[in-house]
Design a protein around this ligand. Structure first.
Ligand code: CU
Length: 408
């Protein structure tokens, strides 16, 4: 137990806290470029909205909950969708969004379902063709230009770790951890569909099915997944155990950043368990039983804290390499992991009154004493327009339209 805590402590040190903007500036200087981006990404200092606002917010929220579900039609805009109260706001979001191609619609809409929203499925339940199609679309991101750093000749693939390490960073250890990642995933899914012709929904990795031996999970298959552990006996590239991923479709791809430092290196993993033994990961925090304990917490703040500190952290800790820093989205498994976390939040919401769409409490952002509100904005650093937290509370309303396949 002591060894385990020590290792956890070391991981936390790898997740340092400094002003994200300052860090970006230093990265840009290191490269001698990117000046134009700086001012665009300066975030305003948090205001000093008092707690007294919470009551007023609640009234607004209750009024809004009625209007939100109507917005679900947006996703299928152009297919006879209805104009709704939310659609103006959504249209604003869409019009600012870079060219959204027609991707031909989801192949996986559950026609037996009462909802028209597509279902996200577990990775291993996809057909081999669907898996290959998803991998193709993810790799396609490496061929299209970056939205955030076009001058640096980066690709769209680089945008995701950049956003996550700069603005996503401030949402960890605080209330927006779940809604921020929900919007982030939604944008990723939209980009795969709009820019890379992907017609499916985001897959998730239900690690509860692999908790006995996470390293054997199908997502790490070289033939049908995202490749496996870093090279056995390879040189350490990043972090304590990261070594180049040498099999599967992502072998040899370059990650430009590590955490917030410009440090081009091969995509790296370094599986390890709590004892520091390589090649193996501990799954006790991601068993169905331990997840169930977390899902039973009825208070949002208790829930989000446990989701992040226990459930979420177990996977980056075990995978190591790029995944254990804030540039984790370089590892494509990041998105399957977070989609699973989003699914568990969705499951938790369904157990609450009103589908949990108004349950949102805690600190507004990391290291902030200000309290969170459903009116808070989700910042994507210029990758996409800001939206309010309340717009992503319902996966089948507001700006979102997706659901998850049934829990086994
Ligand atoms: Cu994150």
């Amino acid at each position: 137990m002591e060894a385990m805590n020590k290792l956890h402590g070391e991981v936390m040190e790898l997740w340092p806290f400094k002003g994200p903007q300052q860090k970006y500036v230093s990265v840009a200087d290191e490269e001698g470029e990117g000046q134009a981006q700086k001012t665009k990404w300066m975030r305003s200092a948090p205001g000093s909205r008092g707690k007294i606002f919470r009551m007023a917010v609640w009234i607004l929220v209750l009024a809004n909950v009625v209007a939100i579900p109507a917005g679900a039609y947006w996703y299928f805009g152009g297919r006879g969708s209805q104009k709704t109260a939310d659609s103006d706001l959504v249209n604003d979001v869409v019009s600012e969004w870079p060219a959204e191609g027609d991707s031909g619609g989801y192949f996986d809409v559950d026609t037996n379902s009462t909802t028209r929203c597509p279902q996200r499925h577990e990775w291993r339940t996809l057909s081999r063709e669907e898996q290959q199609e998803y991998i193709r679309a993810v790799l396609c991101l490496r061929t299209i230009p970056s939205v955030l750093q076009p001058a640096l000749n980066r690709s769209s693939y680089d945008d995701w770790p950049l956003v996550h390490s700069h603005v996503g960073y401030t949402t960890h250890n605080s209330a927006p951890f779940l809604p921020w990642h929900r919007y982030f995933l939604h944008l990723y899914e939209k980009t795969l569909r709009g820019q890379c012709g992907y017609s499916g929904a985001l897959p998730f990795w239900d690690w509860t099915m692999d908790s006995m031996a996470l390293e054997m999970a199908p997502v790490f298959s070289a033939a049908d997944g995202f490749g496996g552990d870093g090279e056995v006996d390879g040189n350490i590239t990043v972090g304590r155990t990261g070594r180049c991923v040498v099999d599967g479709p992502f072998a040899g791809i370059t990650a430009e950043y590590y955490d917030v430092k410009y440090k081009p290196h091969c995509l790296s993993r370094g599986f390890r368990d709590f004892e520091g033994e390589l090649g193996h990961m501990n799954g006790q925090d991601v068993t169905r039983e331990s997840i169930e304990e977390v899902l039973e917490l009825n208070d949002y703040e208790d829930f989000v804290v446990m989701m992040e500190s226990k459930v979420h952290n177990a996977i980056p800790f075990g995978i190591g390499g790029d995944f254990e820093t804030f540039t984790a989205p370089y590892d494509p498994v990041f998105f399957l992991h977070h989609t699973q976390l989003d699914r568990l939040w969705w499951e938790w919401q369904q157990r609450q009154p009103n589908n949990g769409t108004d349950l949102y409490y805690g600190h507004k952002e990391r290291h902030s004493m200000e309290m969170a509100s459903l009116d808070d904005e989700i910042d994507m650093m210029g990758l996409a327009p800001r939206v309010q937290v309340k717009q992503v509370m319902d996966t089948e309303g507001g700006i979102l339209c997706y659901t998850y396949s049934n829990i086994e």
